[in-house]
Ligand binder design. Structure first.
Ligand code: PGA
Length: 243
């Protein structure tokens, strides 16, 4: 796991976007793993700007999102389907059938998880997975204690995660209690991984990630075992480590 530090989130977004664009240009059929949450929004903005200005094409790109809430319709404003449309898919030329997000309304959720896992394999695996990190160290919705061997599965969200995400809902009672997420093993199968960490509220979890051993209590720590995992961190998130 390599750490790359930036003086600002803006600069981090720019460089991460450039790295993604480079990979799409080198391999137009790239399989891209995507994340939601506030962290990657700045990167998606840069991808959209570049698509409009320079015409980088996503016509042959395939995407797989990390997760989706259980029980929210695709057009619910807080669903990750709606998020991806709003911040990326509506603004680039990717055909919708090449974008994949777990279906949180599937009648058989277990089957949905197995099919999602299979689709990733059939696409040849994920070339580059983008990740954010939760305040409790989760990646995707893999909360502390999730087995490292996990594949796509249904999770019960922790109170910490529901609280953190309640800022997007009218009240905490409206935050779904469950989600479908790629597992830690699914994520680790990606050929390359970019974990993005920005803002002072992430300083403590970044400090833990740097200082603690690999353990299922800190799901993101598994990335230390990945040969091509890069952590892009801004100055604010790194503030508890720099003197
Ligand atoms: P955030 O979420 O980007 O909104 O901070 C990250 C996460 O919970 O994985």
């Amino acid at each position: 796991m390599r750490i790359i530090e930036f003086e600002s989130a803006e600069r981090l977004h720019e460089i991460v976007a450039q790295e993604i664009i480079k990979r799409v240009q080198n391999n137009p059929q790239l399989v891209l793993g995507l994340a939601t949450g506030s962290t990657p929004i700045g990167v998606y903005k840069k991808l959209v700007e570049d698509h409009k200005k320079n015409g980088t094409s996503y016509k042959q790109v395939t995407t797989f999102n990390l997760d989706e809430y259980v029980g929210l319709a695709k057009d619910h404003p807080q669903s990750y389907h709606a998020f991806m449309q709003e911040y990326l898919f509506n603004h680039i030329d990717i055909p919708s059938h090449q974008t994949h997000i777990p279906n949180g309304l599937a009648s058989d959720l277990e089957k949905e998880c197995q099919q999602y896992e299979k689709m990733i394999q059939q696409a040849g695996g994920i070339d580059l997975q983008i990740l954010g990190i939760g305040l409790n160290g989760h990646i995707g919705f893999n909360e502390p204690g999730t087995p490292f061997s996990s594949e796509t599965h249904v999770v019960e969200l922790t109170e910490s995660t529901r609280n953190a995400n309640s800022r997007f809902f009218a009240s905490i009672d409206e935050v779904p209690t469950h989600a479908i997420t790629m597992g830690l093993n699914t994520i680790m199968q990606s050929k390359e991984i970019f974990l993005l960490i920005t803002g002072s509220q992430k300083a403590e979890i970044f400090r833990r990630l740097m200082e603690e051993d690999v353990s299922e209590d800190l799901p993101a720590s598994i990335l230390k075992r990945h040969p091509q995992a890069f952590v892009y961190v801004d100055e604010e998130a790194a503030s508890l480590l720099s003197s």
